[in-house]
Design a protein around this ligand. Structure first.
Ligand code: XMP
Length: 585
């Protein structure tokens, strides 16, 4: 079906490995991903190889490596992040632990150079970094081409051997000229020709669905979100509407108005299960445990529905709208660290995968590609433009706490004893939040610029928020033990609906990619909760930037939120991803 891959991406376990291949395909050149240790002989047909990033250090026992033969076959090789380190390490250079991590935005100084990889790219430019280890000494025959303030070796080259490496990530959108680096590598260095057109994709996916389903029918649990709706529509188109059924589970963890929205969808029935989910989650505070419970309850409901509808016989298989980031962040490839468990990869579902009774038509696509497929299927724009919403729903936006703890003063702001999930150097973090008061540290824009530096520097903190409105001064606030209760979920649902309505009226929802609203158990005895606003810009959810907001809108939102009963404060998350994640968990 595909042409021979001119570019092969060698997977060293990095979060962005598949994104590299996808960005190369966006240039019109077919690329695929293979395990990093693939023998050089098997890669001989490719014009160029790209070694991805990864969560390990080259000195870790068992850390991913590559066949050193790839460096002497005359083939062009580009190392990215860990790929640069592994290249330097294997060719006699030196890799060492950096003095501090460099996660997020940085400025690259690139020297003028005749080399095809860097053609037209010299000068200062914004790049995206995500590493702690650095190359200390270059291998023989390599020259230094670029550096940042934190990282002395950010771009290197041995042009005579057609070997190149960069510490930053050209594949993510936040590297301003990333596409040019990949394009230079693919066309100038590797001399590839264009052989791939994304429009062929829908036909290809439909073929895969038909092959996978065979004579069987497909049964979907739809969420009303873009992914499951596109997967459902695509499967109906591939197999015919009569062979495809959908059920929407009302978990009690959904946003306001969601169930009503889904009821309008053709071919979908609603299964009420909110009591069951809330009972199973009572008293639970750990975020991963919440996700596991929700996943397991989902499987239980699925089993119940399947049994009640006699779908157990061999005639039926399960369809899912899993997209690529769900797979990668659940440790879905060999070497990726588990950042969080996505509910569609828990044990019950794995069993179905192992027995080949599952079809996941979107599993190799990113969010923006799913929207593009939806457009090709002529699904309504109003649906395709919906912000992504996580499967476990409001449960992961309603933070819980096991212990009682006060807010503490730190040198750079206040440490809120609320732990949330983050991602640093391709690994998971679970740490406290630094709250700053914008009037003390300059405006919000300035505070946002400092946020990455603060997280990189401060141990035990993975997020920075600005305190927007407070009922009492922060030192008088604290966190109390609490879990998911119907009352807390109702408050979050209300806050979320209010934020959605106001930001839609202001047109702000169209300018952000996603706008989670989070409830944290921070406050006083009289008003025990606070609300965090988390608007982000992103393309695919893998990296994201905290999004700025018009001060008048922010003022309006916080005034309305502060008027809600039990709300003691409103905060604004200034953290990019990495080092934060979009969701707080
Ligand atoms: P994070 O928090 O990892 O989120 O930065 C990246 C994107 O993924 C969404 N997300 C999920 N989507 N099931 C989903 O379908 C999940 O379990 C899940 N968890 C996170 C999140 O909303 C963001 O858009």
């Amino acid at each position: 079906m595909h042409p021979t891959s001119q570019i092969v991406v060698l997977d060293a376990g990095g979060q962005y490995c598949h994104l590299i291949a996808r960005k190369v395909r966006d240039l019109g050149v077919y690329a695929e991903v293979r395990p990093s240790e693939t023998p050089a002989a098997e890669l001989a047909g490719a014009r160029g190889l790209i070694i991805s990033g990864g969560p390990s250090s080259v000195y870790d026992p068992g850390s991913p490596s590559v066949d050193p033969g790839i460096f002497s076959g005359g083939q062009a090789v580009l190392g990215i992040c860990y790929g640069q380190q592994v290249m330097a390490h294997l060719l006699g250079g030196e890799v060492q632990r950096g003095e501090k991590g460099e996660y997020g935005m940085a400025v690259l100084e690139l020297e003028a150079s005749e080399d095809p990889l860097f053609a037209g790219l010299e000068g200062r430019q914004q790049i995206w970094m995500n590493h702690r280890d650095v190359v200390g000494a270059l291998p023989e025959g390599f020259k230094l081409v670029g550096r940042t303030a934190t990282c002395g070796v950010a771009a290197i080259a041995a042009p005579a051997r057609r070997l190149y490496a960069v510490q930053f990530h050209p594949e993510v959108v936040h590297t301003a000229r990333g596409r040019e680096y990949l394009s230079n590598f693919v066309f100038r260095v590797c001399q590839c020709r264009q052989d791939w057109d994304a429009r062929e994709r829908v036909a290809g996916i439909e073929r895969e669905i038909r092959e996978c389903a065979g004579a069987r029918n497909v049964f979907f649990f739809v969420s009303g979100g873009v992914d499951s709706t596109v997967a459902f529509a695509l499967t109906r188109r591939a197999l015919g509407a009569e062979r495809v059924r959908g059920v929407y589970v009302d978990t009690g963890l959904m946003r306001e108005g969601e169930t009503g929205f889904v009821r309008q969808m053709e071919g979908v029935a609603v299964e009420e299960a909110s009591g069951q989910f809330l009972a199973a989650l009572a008293g639970v505070t750990d975020p991963e445990q919440k996700r596991h419970i929700i996943g397991e309850e989902f499987v239980r409901v699925e089993e119940r529905v399947i049994e009640a509808r006699h779908l157990l016989d061999e005639q039926w298989i399960l369809g899912q709208g899993t997209i690529y980031p769900d797979t990668i962040e659940s440790g879905g490839t060999d070497k990726a660290a588990v950042i969080k468990t996505h509910h569609n990869r828990v044990a019950g579902i794995r069993k179905l995968i192992e027995t080949s009774r599952i079809v996941e038509p979107l599993k190799s696509l990113y969010k923006d590609e799913v929207r593009e497929v939806g457009r090709q299927l002529e699904l309504p724009e109003a649906l395709l433009d919906r912000h992504p919403f996580p499967g476990p729903g409001l449960a992961i936006r309603c933070l819980c706490s096991r212990a009682e703890a006060p807010v503490e003063a730190g040198a750079d702001g206040w440490i809120l004893p609320v732990r949330s999930v983050g991602v640093q150097g391709d690994a998971r973090s679970y740490a406290a939040v630094l709250a700053i008061q914008p009037d003390a540290g300059g405006g919000l824009a300035q505070a946002r610029e400092r946020a990455t530096e603060l997280v990189n520097r401060l141990r035990g903190v993975n997020r920075v928020v600005a305190a927007v409105a407070l009922r009492r001064p922060l030192p008088e606030m604290g966190v109390r033990p609490c879990s998911l209760t119907p009352a807390r979920l109702a408050l979050l649902r209300r806050a979320d609906a209010l934020v959605r309505r106001i930001s839609q009226e202001a047109g702000y929802d169209r300018s952000v990619w996603q706008f989670p609203v989070i409830l944290i158990p921070l406050g006083t005895a009289q008003a025990p909760e606070s609300v965090v606003l988390r608007p982000v810009d992103s393309v695919d959810g893998m990296t994201a930037q905290s999004s700025p907001m018009d001060p008048v809108l922010l003022e309006h939102l916080s005034a309305e939120l502060m008027a809600l009963e039990n709300v003691a404060g409103v905060f604004y998350d200034l953290t990019h991803k990495p080092p934060g994640t979009i969701e707080w968990e």
